[in-house]
Design a protein around this ligand. Structure first.
Ligand code: FES
Length: 454
């Protein structure tokens, strides 16, 4: 609508003025034309109008009684009802849990906090684990299995921000396990006990629930094991009897990180099975099966449509596994994938929607000034030049940084992103502001240096 009318704010104007338009479900087929009369045959007893239902979802003009009334309307689709359930569950929390239920969970603290390195452990030829305690003596915030933290380090060329999965499910201290692959991970590998590191609050993750009843398959490749090990350890600690299929692919035993820890957890889980594969030619026979993972192997392990699946690894691997799970009948909603970000710095989580055709990169030509913007997952920092980009979404696209979007005018919250650090203003103003440490990148411009969880 905005593109056709040459007015980018049109979706926001339509929705904001209470005339959003709507689709009708066809109950009985027939011919409909302009000028046909419309006859009211039934009015819902709750008296909710289309305008009011739209308002309830897209604006802050809502209350619990109206949400409950909307939930009781039989004609309302399950999608709308689920949004209203999320809004009711979220209570008065800022942001729109109906449109962005996962992103609307707030991080434990804003910006970065100083941590100290308390232990460094070499896990394999190219992976180290770094244990971190809050440097201010405060308590470490809790996190969920599979979540990651943005980490800010500094070298002679300036600050570097990267996101790394937490490889344990609980404290007392955080642990990141990082493969050496580039500038950011090189700085992590150079850390020694006592060094200071800036760490933002845990965020993201698969939504892995150790209390869930259905069987689960956890599939990882390489350093993608880190978030899944956290899930496995949480499962072993809380409900070890759950049926878990643990699948891991590494190049060789020398590059197989955190193996002993995973095996110890699996040994405490009577219904769990392990399936390990090494892909290097001289190590292929040392796993539980030789060579690359196959659909037949997953089927032989008993993985079927009743399972939920959690997958982390390089993009090609994750896409292949997703295809196998689809072939085994798992519904898309049961498959949770974290692929490495374009920096591929190890344990780095990326988004799967609107994936770019190539790796993230600084804009071309380079930005000439403007507030620095860091895309933490993609590992890209660049200036925001307002003469070239109208908002942070356009800058992300210029850098091929994966990002979700739909309306591009602050209505749908599809582009809601965690603001790790910094400040923005909006043009146009979103219909409903995002929650505390979140930003709608489609209509936001930085007013200072910002770090985004993208
Ligand atoms: S709010 Fe819809 S894309 Fe940003």
């Amino acid at each position: 609508m905005g593109i056709r009318l040459g007015e980018p704010r049109m979706p926001a104007l339509l929705t904001g003025h209470g005339r959003p338009g709507f689709y009708l479900r066809v109950l009985q087929e027939g011919e409909v034309g302009a000028g046909d009369p419309i006859t009211l045959v039934h009015r819902d007893p709750a008296g909710l109008t289309v305008r009011r239902v739209s308002q309830l979802l897209y604006t802050a003009a809502r209350d619990a009684a109206s949400l409950r009334a909307a939930l009781a309307v039989p004609a309302l689709s399950e999608g709308w009802k689920e949004s209203f359930r999320q809004l009711l569950a979220a209570g008065v929390r800022p942001g729109n849990a109906g449109l962005a239920p996962q992103a609307a969970s707030e991080p434990a603290y804003p910006g970065f906090r100083r941590f100290a390195v308390t232990r460094v452990v070499r896990e394999s030829a190219r992976v180290v684990s770094v244990h971190l305690d809050p440097g201010d003596g405060g308590a470490v915030s809790s996190w969920l299995p599979g979540q990651y933290v943005p980490v800010r380090l500094v070298d002679a060329d300036g600050p570097v921000v990267r996101s790394y999965s937490l490889s344990t499910p609980t404290g007392p201290r955080m642990r990141i396990s990082v493969k050496r692959e580039g500038r950011g991970s090189g700085l992590v590998h150079a850390l020694r006990v006592g060094a200071a590191v800036e760490v933002a609050a845990p965020r993201g993750g698969f939504g892995f629930d150790p209390s869930a009843a259905e069987p689960a398959v956890l599939v990882s490749a390489g350093i993608g094991v880190t978030p899944l090990l956290s899930c496995l350890l949480a499962q072993a600690a809380t409900r070890p009897e759950r049926r878990i299929v643990w699948v891991h692919v590494a190049r060789s035993p020398a590059e197989h990180s955190l193996a002993a820890e995973a095996d110890a957890a699996l040994a405490r889980m009577p219904a769990a099975v392990r399936h390990l594969r090494y892909t290097a030619a001289d190590a292929a026979t040392r796993g539980d099966a030789a060579g690359r993972l196959t659909l037949e192997a997953l089927a032989d392990l008993g993985v079927d449509a009743a399972f939920s699946a959690y997958v982390c690894g390089p993009d090609g691997f994750a896409a292949g596994v997703r295809g196998m799970l689809d072939a085994l009948g798992l519904p898309a909603t049961a498959v949770h994938v974290e692929s490495f970000g374009s920096a591929a710095a190890g344990g780095t989580a990326g988004r799967s929607a609107h994936p770019p055709s190539r790796s993230a990169h600084p804009p071309s030509p380079p930005a000439a000034g403007g507030p620095p913007v860091t895309f933490a997952r993609a590992g890209v920092t660049t200036g925001f030049d307002p003469s070239r980009w109208g908002n942070l979404l356009e800058l992300a696209e210029a850098c091929d940084v994966p990002v979700r979007w739909s309306c591009r005018t602050g209505v749908c919250h599809s582009c809601e992103t965690s603001l790790v650090d910094g400040a923005v203003d909006y043009e146009p103003e979103p219909l409903e502001p995002p929650g505390g440490e979140l930003v709608l990148v489609c209509c936001a411009r930085p007013t200072a240096a910002v770090t985004l969880d993208l």
